[in-house]
Design a protein around this ligand. Structure first.
Ligand SMILES: *Cc1c(COP(=O)(O)O)cnc(C)c1O
Length: 382
């Protein structure tokens, strides 16, 4: 979809009963039938009338149809979280003995899922740099599935998804991309030849920091496999109210992404001129084919002259917190994630500088955010 048509599509009223512009919330676990033969017909596989909300619900349908359209896929399926979407895809398409090829610096809990569950289940997991995936056509030889993020987590490294999709196709390897950072407003991986796209809908898709959810978009065939296997059997379904909140969030997605981009452009521009900054990891439009915009999540590496603790404590408009993609600006210093207790996370596994912060630029006034950031830099460098 072009930028204009995304805006117009998302502003279409739902067209429900009484002219309602939003879909009703079907807060019902089950849907009944009038007689023996109607019930029998449905149970024997005829038609697709709603039966039970673990597998289907009209409010979920409304969200799923919007996401399929936005990502340019044939079908979509919503989940209770981004991790439910990820695990439901991986367990639906992998089996013991398979090799899963994963991008380095993958989302920390996706890494833990691979290390702590898929590995012990008998899946061999190999990790690869974006360069290796992109430039070595044989990296995916013998792999059943490639799990990709572009950009990847924390380091924000992008890859040419079309190239990787072509390498994968040559070896019969299925490709999955986590598109949470770019959203369909800035990148549509299916159009680049990727097989399956998924999101943590808790981030930009929701946009209001009030919902944890996930979604997968792909061909009818791939979505049918998930609906047959992991949606009903692992049961990580999306709740009707949360689906309704996501439809609400999607209405403003393009407008929010334009605003995040405007602020991110301003930060990238001004950070480049600061002596305290070593690198800004914030991929912009056309840094790889198919990437059309810059979202508000970026990481910044400081020189040793900056005391990161002092810097982050001096901020007023950026709040300490995990997650991202909402209206509020957030900060995560890598020093905290590197010191995290418990099972190893991907930052500890792949290594990141401890003088780095990840920021999520929210919807506050861009100049106010910059002035807060700049004065904290001055405080932390003195
Ligand atoms: C947050 C996040 C996830 C996990 O999503 P949840 O909704 O928290 O389960 C997956 N991928 C990325 C890139 C994320 O940032």
């Amino acid at each position: 979809m072009t930028d204009d048509s995304i805006d117009t599509f998302l502003a279409q009223p739902f067209g429900g009963g009484e002219g309602s512009v939003t879909p009703p919330i079907y807060q019902s676990s089950l849907f009944t039938f009038d007689d023996f033969s109607a019930f029998e017909a449905r149970m024997s596989g005829q038609g697709n009338r709603t039966l039970y909300s673990r597998v289907q619900n009209p409010t979920q349908d409304a969200f799923e149809q919007m996401m399929a359209k936005l990502e340019g896929g044939e079908a979509a399926v919503g989940f209770a979280s981004g991790m439910a979407a990820i695990s439901s895809v991986l367990f639906a398409f992998l089996k013991p003995g398979d090799r899963l090829a994963c991008v380095e610096h993958v989302y920390p809990d996706a890494y833990r899922l691979m290390e702590r569950m898929l590995g012990p289940w008998g899946v061999e997991v190999t990790y690869h740099s974006v360069t290796e995936l992109q430039d070595n056509p044989d990296t995916l030889k013998g792999a059943a599935l490639a799990y990709l993020e572009s950009p990847n987590s924390m380091m924000m490294q992008v890859m040419d998804l079309r190239k990787v999709a072509d390498h994968a196709k040559a070896h019969g390897c299925l490709t999955v991309v986590d598109n949470s950072w770019a959203t369909p407003v800035f990148q549509t991986p299916l159009a680049l030849g990727i097989d399956i796209v998924l999101h943590s809908a808790s981030k930009y898709i929701c946009g209001h920091s009030d919902t944890v959810a996930g979604v997968v978009v792909a061909s009818d065939e791939h979505i049918a496999r998930i609906r047959d296997l992991t949606l009903p059997l692992l049961g990580g379904k999306l709740a009707p109210f949360e689906a309704w909140l996501l439809v609400r969030g999607l209405r403003t997605l393009p407008a929010r992404m334009r605003e995040h981009q405007r602020t991110a452009d301003l930060f990238v521009d001004r950070l480049g001129a600061r002596p305290e900054v070593v690198t800004v990891n914030s991929p912009g439009p056309n840094s790889v084919p198919g990437l059309k915009g810059r979202s508000g999540l970026m990481s910044i590496e400081f020189t040793k002259d900056i005391d990161v603790r002092k810097f982050a404590d001096a901020l007023n408009l950026f709040h300490y917190g995990v997650s991202w993609g909402g209206f509020e600006s957030l900060i995560v210093p890598t020093a905290i994630t590197l010191a995290q207790a418990g099972p190893k996370n991907s930052l500890q596994a792949f290594g990141v500088p401890d003088t780095m912060v990840r920021i999520s630029l929210g919807l506050e006034d861009a100049e106010a955010l910059w002035s807060d950031f700049e004065s904290a830099l001055v405080t932390a460098g003195s």
